[in-house]
Design a binder for this molecule. Structure first.
Ligand code: SAH
Ligand code: SF4
Length: 387
């Protein structure tokens, strides 16, 4: 059986052509699958009966099976998907504002939502889906629970786009409107650029107007800094880029983000500047996880400000998500405040990631905590953690 979630539009067109079908049929099928969320070929009523029968015999639309589905008190929703013996991957939906209202980050790309904007007193809407790209991760960042679990395998395109397909379908049913997901961040489990082909094929589908039609500016790949793959992404599918910096010098970064030994900061920052020549946004987002006493002193902040002075960027400070035996602690509020102010005084825009869905362990970076656990344990832990 061919899973049609494995295809972007060109691949689906080729596959249907090999079955003797014309290109416009691919657009129709794509529309049914991704815009209507339809998995049953019998329901695709504007397709010729002969094509429906062919699809029923040869193909399927199959997202990974759902092991758990939890909604937090603050509206954050998390799915745990089954990706094989004992492994789960997680996907998190983070809503902000009121569905039907345009996004706070209004730009030319959001004009399609503006028509539905409501009175000013209603908060503007943004629905962000945080997607996983691998089962586990080989890069072994020391503060990351996914990295601690080791690498299991790459997700297929169907498993990556299946997370969005399933979420959109369920959220529409739950009354989140026709476009419940406005933004995607590849910040779940795994290193997206280490699973390049499957990730970019999934990105194609996210961006395709015949599917989800997301703006390039609202789809963000987060990488720990695989330099050659950043260049390939710039050529193949430039979307917004977030880079996990986490340290202001090579010595510390070698220790906590070991891929730095292969691609040190000077090369990484040069790759960021090259990326900006193609990027849909004119800055890179630097992620910086705040680890008490490790990378969060005023001196670290000053060094950091100097390090990136030639690279147009914004900072996103991430409160550390503790997990058992991590060996790290969250930065104190005061340390975070001073760190942020030093960067701001140096002229940088700094955001601090809000902690959402705490009651269901849904914060990014926390997702992997349960990856390599046996399925039973994962579900028990999820159940315990739900309000
Ligand atoms: N592999 C990619 C994307 C997935 S991780 C990357 O490393 O960028 C998404 C973000 O969560 C990264 O910035 C990562 O460093 C951060 N992260 C990992 N573990 C975390 C933890 N325990 N607490 C807070 N952030 C964490
Ligand atoms: Fe992998 Fe990213 Fe975790 Fe590092 S932070 S181990 S790259 S998932």
């Amino acid at each position: 059986m061919q899973n049609l979630l494995d295809f972007n539009l060109p691949l689906l067109t080729d596959w249907l052509a090999s079955q003797g079908e014309k290109p416009f049929r691919a657009r129709q099928v794509f529309h049914w699958i991704h815009q209507r969320g339809e998995a049953d070929f019998a329901q695709m009523t504007d397709l010729a009966k002969s094509l429906r029968e062919k699809l029923m015999a040869l193909a399927e639309v199959r997202a990974p099976a759902v092991l758990a589905d939890r909604t937090s008190a603050d509206g954050t929703r998390k799915w745990l998907f089954d990706v094989g013996i004992g492994n789960g991957i997680e996907t998190v939906f983070i809503p902000e504002g009121t569905p039907g209202c345009s996004d706070a980050d209004a730009d030319e790309d959001s004009s399609r939502y503006r028509g539905t904007a409501s009175p000013d007193d209603v908060a503007r809407y943004r629905g962000t889906l945080c997607i996983s790209s691998q089962v586990g991760c080989a890069l072994e960042c020391t503060f990351c629970s996914t990295g601690r679990q080791g690498f299991n395998r790459n997700l297929t395109t169907a498993e990556i786009i299946g997370q969005l397909w399933h979420a959109v379908r369920e959220l529409k049913k739950a009354g989140w409107g026709e476009r419940p997901v406005t933004n995607v961040v590849m910040m779940g489990m795994g290193e997206p650029l280490a699973n390049f082909e499957n990730v970019v094929t999934a990105l194609d589908v996210m961006l395709d107007d015949h599917a989800y039609g997301l703006s390039r500016r609202r789809v963000t790949v987060s990488t720990s800094g695989i330099v050659p793959a950043m260049d390939r992404l710039a050529e193949r599918c430039p979307v917004a880029l977030a880079v996990s910096l986490h340290a202001p010098d090579d010595e510390l970064r070698n220790e906590i983000v070991p891929i730095n030994r292969k691609y040190p900061l000077k090369e990484l920052l040069a790759a960021c500047r090259r990326y900006l020549e193609h990027a849909p946004r004119d800055f890179i987002t630097f992620e910086y996880v705040m680890l008490a006493g490790v990378n969060d002193t005023p001196e670290h902040a000053r060094q950091l400000a100097g390090l990136v002075k030639d690279t147009p960027c914004k900072f996103n400070l991430i409160p550390f998500n503790p997990f058992p035996d991590s060996g790290y602690d969250k930065s104190r509020a005061e340390a975070q405040r001073i760190f942020r102010e030093i960067l701001q005084q140096a002229g940088y825009v700094v955001t601090t990631r809000k902690t959402r869905g705490d009651d269901i362990d849904a914060a990014c970076g926390q997702l992997a905590g349960q990856v390599a656990d046996k399925t039973g344990r994962v579900i028990k832990r999820l159940e315990r953690s739900v309000a």
